[in-house]
Design a protein around this ligand. Structure first.
Ligand code: VG1
Ligand code: CO
Length: 541
């Protein structure tokens, strides 16, 4: 018996990046099965196909992988390429899909959300180009979850996922591969490993915090084994099911151990952290934090120093809430630049069409067309390669960049786990007053325009509406507000603040101070604190 009858579960709607729920929700009998079968059905069946499978090592990942393999077998999949131990970072999975010419892949992760029985789990489907399923596909999956009546799953013992090699499960070939090798090889093709080896040899010091998540084995292989960085360069390098209790979100709040080290005496030359599934990065220098929007701009401005991009970039793209710092670089270099909604899935078409080679988000996501996901370790290697060529430290590179382009002061304020009705009513009221805001003055700032962002994909013409509220003030300051699509509890309000300083004066202010008037104007317009009763944001990045 491979067919099992089932009934739909509520709310299996993929968000910004896949379906994320509390682990216990995913562990309900039939829950994962329903979502996976709905995915297979929405794709028009998967018989004869080749899929990639792996995840970030979080709790329930191995069990989920076994379940998916049995479902793949019962659905007629020809081959599943799975990372040893059911491990694959998100960018490594994207790479494997592309390199092996697979039809798609399933990634088991809730990314930067904590893991464990009390925390979060997630599943995401990626397409044959290696990128996250576009909205048309995630909507078809969701539609299918609402009418599903049965799923197919082979009744068979578990497959050994700890040994590299091939086994057979019914008519399915399960190919267990080293999760790191192909990815590390690709990095060796993009970057100047010789130059990198020599800076490590000369004593350049790096602290890479893998936060007990998936990048540990990748970072040890690349930095310590292949580039000769001293042992111990990578910390929290063993992926653990609960990430050792860490919240694997590489930002100053959650990566505070690394922050303290980089801001303290005796800090190494360079620091970096990555998230649960390895697609995010945080960049630090001795005594300096690089905002992700600035990191994207610096990478754009210096990309041609890296062998993989020596002939220049095709174009750049950023998500709408990301600062305009990269736009200034694009303008100067004569590159096309694009503004997309939040979420990596919107970059795929632009990369596939050859319009852009570099993309980024303010949420610690940077990547290029080497894969179709953002890529944390790639971003770290971009910085190191740029440093190796220019012979400057992070602080010097930043000062130089701001001097040339001016500085986009930037910060994101998150208000987490708000009651859904409060958050929805607040943004509903903002929507109602958008049209009347133009020309009004708040805290000395005059509103130049206010709207709700809607995106028309320039490649396939698809429209994504209601992608966040933007209020622009005269002089280039801006606030953006939207609700998170990755949370698993209540509503999370994200407030993105930006102010441009052309320089040469005023380039070294503290960002929160530089943004204070915009923060005050936002409170006057939206009334976040007044309406939620909160005294301030939970996380500031
Ligand atoms: C967040 C970020 C977004 C990112 C997404 C997935 O989404 O803001 O920029 O693409 O997470 O990243 P949201 O809807 O919560 O704002 V990851 O590393 O969690 O896959
Ligand atoms: Co992630």
């Amino acid at each position: 018996m491979t067919s099992h009858s089932t009934r739909p579960f509520e709310g299996q709607k993929p968000g910004t990046s896949g379906l994320r729920k509390k682990t216990a929700v995913f562990m309900q009998p039939g829950y994962l099965e329903n979502f996976v079968q709905s995915t297979f059905d929405a794709l028009g069946g998967v018989a004869g196909k080749v899929l990639v499978l792996g995840g970030d090592g979080r709790y329930f990942g191995r069990e989920a992988a076994q379940c998916i393999l049995k479902m793949a077998a019962a659905n007629g999949v020809a081959r599943v390429i799975v990372g040893q131990g059911a491990w694959l970072s998100t960018p490594a999975a994207s790479n494997l899909i592309r390199k092996r010419g697979a039809d798609g892949g399933l990634i088991l992760s809730a990314s930067h959300n904590p893991g464990g029985p009390e925390a979060d789990f997630g599943v995401k489907y990626n397409m044959a180009n290696g990128g996250p399923a576009p909205e048309a596909v995630t909507e078809a999956i969701f539609a299918r979850t609402r009418e599903i009546e049965s799923y197919r799953k082979l009744d068979a013992p578990d497959v050994n996922l700890d040994m590299v090699g091939e086994t057979v499960l019914g008519g399915l070939v399960v190919e267990v591969v080293d999760p790191v090798a192909a990815y590390a090889d690709m990095m060796e093709e993009i970057f100047d490993f010789k130059a990198l080896r020599s800076i490590f040899h000369e004593g350049f010091t790096v602290r890479m915090d893998s936060m007990c998540a998936i990048t540990g084995p990748y970072a040890v292989e690349i930095f310590e084994n292949r580039l000769g960085a001293v042992r111990g360069t990578v910390v929290h390098e063993h992926p653990l099911p609960d990430f050792g209790g860490m919240h694997p979100d590489p930002n100053p709040t959650w990566a505070h151990e690394l922050m303290d080290e980089m801001m303290g005496p005796g800090a190494p030359d360079f620091g970096a952290a990555s998230d649960g599934d390895g697609d995010r990065n945080m960049i630090l220098g001795r005594g300096i934090y690089v905002s992700p929007s600035d990191s994207l701009a610096v990478i754009a401005a210096n990309a041609d120093l890296v062998p993989g991009y020596a002939s220049g970039l095709k174009g750049v793209a950023r998500s709408m809430p990301t600062s305009a710092a990269v736009d200034r670089v694009a303008q100067k270099l004569g590159l096309d630049s694009y503004e997309t909604p939040t979420g990596w899935k919107f970059f795929g078409n632009l990369m596939d069409a050859g319009r852009v080679s570099l993309c980024g988000e303010e949420s610690f996501g940077t990547g290029s067309d080497h894969v179709r996901e953002k890529d944390g370790l790639w971003a770290v290697l971009m910085w190191l390669n740029i440093i190796a060529v220019r012979g400057l430290g992070v602080a010097e590179i930043m000062a130089d960049h701001w001097e040339e382009y001016g500085r986009n002061y930037y910060s994101r304020h998150d208000y987490e786990v708000l009651p859904n009705d409060v958050a929805n009513a607040m943004l509903g009221d903002l929507r109602d007053q958008l049209e009347s805001l133009k020309g009004k003055e708040f805290q000395g700032l005059v509103v130049e325009s206010a709207d709700e962002f809607s995106y028309t994909d320039p490649v396939d013409g698809s429209v994504s509406a209601a992608q966040g509220f933007r209020i622009l003030f005269t002089g280039g300051s801006r606030v953006v507000l939207r609700l998170s699509g990755t949370g698993t509890e209540g509503a999370t309000l994200r407030v993105y603040l930006e102010r441009y300083a052309p320089g040469p004066e005023g380039l070294t202010e503290e960002p929160q101070a530089a943004l204070a008037p915009i923060i005050a104007a936002t409170e006057e317009i939206v009334g976040i604190r007044a309406r939620t009763g909160r005294t301030g944001p939970d996380v500031i990045t």
